[in-house]
Ligand binder design. Structure first.
Ligand code: SF4
Length: 425
């Protein structure tokens, strides 16, 4: 059974403070996923294996059915293989199911029905590699093993952007800093020993027999970073690993992240250097899949003019004249917002439409506002600043004559919005 470690709330160093803030956020915002309640190594093992190639929303129905049919390790070990395959339907990568059953049988035969508590014994199980072993041992048994899935790789690459960018393979693998350096400067946090092969690479190999190279220097760097963070984390191992994974899965997503909701943005080098737009480029995009965004535009009319803003911090239509707006991720987390958007009277939703641009599939909403409360300087809120919680940057403003709108605002979004009746007020 899982042994719950007492969390030592002893943070005081900058990055330990960051982890404490992350832990507090996780305690309040973790999604109530079924394998997070009533934690048991068997449920953790099944969920981790299923999640290795499948998104959580797609995996949940299969997970519930699988656990209903095979509620414990004995039921899974003793079931006909054909039935295990049948209950795995829809998840693909059936080799995972075969290995999972072999693991269950080995646990029954060699470990008296319990997942072993040592890393060496866990790795000796069929189909269990460093990622799965670390996940189960940390989440179910509170052993201090770090995990590095794609989400954690992305989060750490952005948080420690300076080192992520500057350290090539040799530097990442040979870097060594003293404990005092680690405590003083999060960006210099590197592990003392040679990093092992990246956990995520092993995760893929253990399930697919992949021969993917282990030489990715950015993976080696974040793997070392993840290990070093875990070594001195003020959080319990289960909380530590799951909080990092949850941040990457829900806020620090691939593409434009929802930085305005991020609990650790004050510590984030990517955010403080270039905001969500810079973070979106870390790590380099490998997927051609477009990111879904919500763009809320606010049409503020005064006589025959409309209010336009220009901000170098806006991730879309950067530096162009555009309507006051908010940009949100598909999960509803704010990526960028002009501060004026909260100050307009009674915005009314007039319509919406879909629009594609660059790597984004955007739902555009048109809001009309009765009156404008604030005049004068404008400030964008997604901007970065040297460690400040919400630094602001200048956004210029223009009362543009409607007749000249296309000259100032050539985006096809404007034409579409007008065709949807955006000017009918
Ligand atoms: S501030 Fe933004 S880029 Fe940095 S960790 Fe948070 S969500 Fe990710």
């Amino acid at each position: 059974m899982a042994k719950k470690k007492t969390v030592q709330r002893k943070g005081g160093r900058p990055w330990q403070q960051m982890l404490l803030q992350l832990g507090q956020w996780y305690a309040q915002n973790a999604r109530p996923l079924p394998f997070r309640t009533n934690v048991h190594w068997y449920r953790t093992l099944v969920s981790e294996v299923m999640l290795q190639q499948t998104r959580v929303q797609a995996m949940l129905p299969a997970y519930e059915k699988f656990l209903h049919r095979f509620p414990d390790v004995s039921a899974l070990a003793q079931a006909p293989e054909s039935e295990v395959m049948e209950r795995w339907a829809g998840l693909g990568y059936y080799n995972r199911a075969r290995n999972l059953q072999k693991t269950a049988q080995a646990i029954l035969t060699h470990h008296r029905g319990n997942f072993p508590e040592s890393m060496d014994e866990a790795l000796a199980l069929p189909g269990i590699g460093p990622y799965t072993a670390s996940a189960v041992l940390s989440i179910a048994y509170e052993r201090p093993h770090h995990v590095l899935d794609g989400n954690v790789h992305r989060v750490l690459g952005r948080l420690f952007l300076d080192d992520f960018r500057s350290q090539n393979g040799e530097q990442a693998q040979n870097a060594s800093v003293s404990t005092s350096e680690q405590q003083q400067k999060p960006s210099a946090l590197t592990r003392k020993q040679q990093p092992t092969a990246p956990a995520s690479t092993k995760k893929q190999q253990e399930n697919n027999g992949s021969s993917e190279s282990t030489a990715d220097p950015t993976r080696a760097f974040t793997d070392g970073m993840a290990a070093a963070l875990m070594e001195s984390s003020p959080l319990a191992p289960s909380e530590h690993n799951q909080a990092l994974m949850e941040l990457g899965a829900t806020i620090c997503v691939s593409g434009l992240p929802g930085c305005l909701d991020c609990p650790v943005r004050a510590h984030c080098q990517a955010f403080n250097s270039g905001g969500p737009e810079l973070a979106a480029r870390i790590p380099a995009r490998q997927s051609a899949r477009k990111q879904d965004l919500l763009l809320q535009t606010y049409w503020i009319r005064t006589g025959d003019t409309l209010l336009l803003l220009s901000s170098s911090d806006r991730p879309l239509f950067r530096k162009d004249w555009f309507f006051p707006c908010r940009i949100l991720s598909a999960e509803g987390h704010p990526i960028y917002e002009d501060s004026e958007t909260s100050l307009f009277d009674t915005p009314t939703l007039r319509g919406h439409f879909a629009h594609s641009i660059m790597n984004y599939r955007i739902k555009v909403e048109i809001y009309q506002c009765k009156s404008q409360i604030v005049r004068g300087g404008s400030r964008g809120k997604a901007a970065r600043g040297s460690g400040s919680d919400r630094a602001h940057s200048k956004a210029d403003r223009l009362e543009a004559p409607i007749a000249e709108l296309n000259r100032h605002c050539p985006s096809s979004i404007v034409k579409k919005a007008i065709s949807k009746g955006a000017l009918d007020f």
